[in-house]
Design a protein around this ligand. Structure first.
Ligand code: SF4
Length: 50
């Protein structure tokens, strides 16, 4: 997987402001059928640190 910088340090998969998951899934906001900008997308692989 390519390097993915991610500032969501409260995610279980975050290591030193990088994503350490083997894959991630990204989707548009559930309310939308077309995203117009990055704010309307989200990482669905996010899992809170336990
Ligand atoms: S799974 Fe998503 S939110 Fe979590 S570190 Fe990776 S890119 Fe960031």
């Amino acid at each position: 997987m390519p390097d993915i910088k991610c500032s969501v340090t409260e995610c279980h998969y975050n290591r030193n402001v990088m994503c350490d998951a083997s894959m991630i899934q990204v989707a548009r906001d559930a309310q939308l059928s077309n995203a117009k900008n990055s704010d309307q997308t989200k990482c669905e692989t996010f899992k809170p640190k336990s």
